[in-house]
Design a protein around this ligand. Structure first.
Ligand code: TRP
Length: 328
């Protein structure tokens, strides 16, 4: 039996953090064993929001590949590639944009949210409105059946399915399977300031953060605001430090819970302990990171090889698409 095909991607807009590790990468590493996986660095999608300051994208692409490899994404098992190295993404996005009603894009919740939230960027562009159309093309080009994504991407996946259904209806062809989203089971990790973990808020621990930076970042995390004194009883259920401990070292949480309520451990000690846990958790990844970072040529070779493999699949798909839409 042939393996089912997976495609997923990340935008190279800055350093990857523990949210990426827990929410996506750990899952991707497991999926490579059972599926035929395509993991894409979505630089065209990054440019949609970073077009005013694109000078970091190239560096971010390399760093992203280094992070993926250090976390266990294996280029011998999966195809790792950069989106803009495969021009067929744009060709299919163009065709999809012809058949996608404007209203589907205008009512997309992520579009409306980003326009509202991103105060420092002008996202009222033609390209940004089409964000989900390009994403649909990314997925369809590889005929992916499964797309591991976070909750925030589910709306895009639904749009992808709608576009694919419309393509099928118009051109009477089953070329593209309707992809299913795959959510991770890990509970979502909040940012250090209790908001959503994001580059915009600068409230994350990067996979590349050295131990002293991790210590500093953890030391300013918010605990239980009602616990003014060391002798006050804490409320671990509303404490972000506790929720991090639960994610990174579940085996200590029941003791920690009791100690916090009994006020036998203070927040500062608790944070020190958490910082050490995270440092230990990232140690192996950072060791591998150093090795990969020292050999940029290897990273380029891996991305070159990935681009070739992706292009092979993409050009096959586009031959068929061109026939179907009457472009020979
Ligand atoms: N939009 C995705 C994100 O911001 C990245 C992405 C681009 C993607 N193309 C994709 C994810 C295709 C899954 C499939 O996280």
């Amino acid at each position: 039996m042939t393996k089912k095909r997976i495609l997923s991607g990340m935008r190279p807009t800055g350093p990857l953090h523990i949210g990426h590790l827990l929410g996506a990468l750990n899952n991707w590493v497991d999926l490579q064993e059972k599926y035929s996986c395509f993991f894409m660095i979505a630089d065209w999608h990054a440019l949609m929001s970073e077009y005013e300051n694109p000078q970091n994208i190239q560096k971010n692409i390399t760093e992203c590949a280094i992070d993926w490899l250090s976390c266990g994404i294996d280029h011998k098992k999966s195809v790792i590639f950069t989106q803009s190295r495969v021009p067929q993404h744009l060709e299919l996005a163009m065709i999809f944009s012809d058949i996608t009603p404007l209203s589907w894009l205008e009512r997309c919740p992520t579009y409306k949210e980003q326009l509202r939230e991103q105060k420092t960027r002008d996202l009222a562009t033609y390209g940004f409105l089409g964000y989900p159309v390009l994403q649909a093309a990314d997925i369809a080009l590889y005929k992916a059946q499964i797309v591991p994504v976070g909750e925030d991407q589910m709306a895009h996946l639904e749009l992808t399915r709608e576009i694919i259904r419309r393509f099928k209806h118009l051109y009477k062809d089953d070329l593209f399977p309707e992809p299913e989203g795959l959510l991770t089971k890990t509970p979502r990790i909040l940012g250090l300031d209790n908001r959503k973990m994001s580059k915009t808020f600068d409230n994350f621990i990067a996979l590349s953060d050295p131990p002293d930076v991790i210590k500093k970042k953890v030391s300013v995390m918010i605990t239980d605001p009602a616990r003014m004194k060391l002798t006050d009883s804490g409320h671990p259920d509303i404490c972000n430090v506790y929720s991090y401990c639960k994610i990174f070292k579940p085996q200590i949480t029941s003791d920690l819970y009791k100690e916090c309520i009994a006020a036998t451990i203070g927040c500062t000690d608790d944070k020190r302990r958490l910082a050490d846990i995270i440092i230990a958790h990232l140690e192996l990844i950072q060791k591998k990171r150093k090795k990969f970072a020292a050999d940029k040529k290897q990273i380029q070779d891996i991305l070159d090889e990935g681009a070739k493999k992706a292009q092979d699949v993409a050009s096959d798909t586009m031959k068929r698409v061109r026939k179907l839409v009457g472009l020979g």
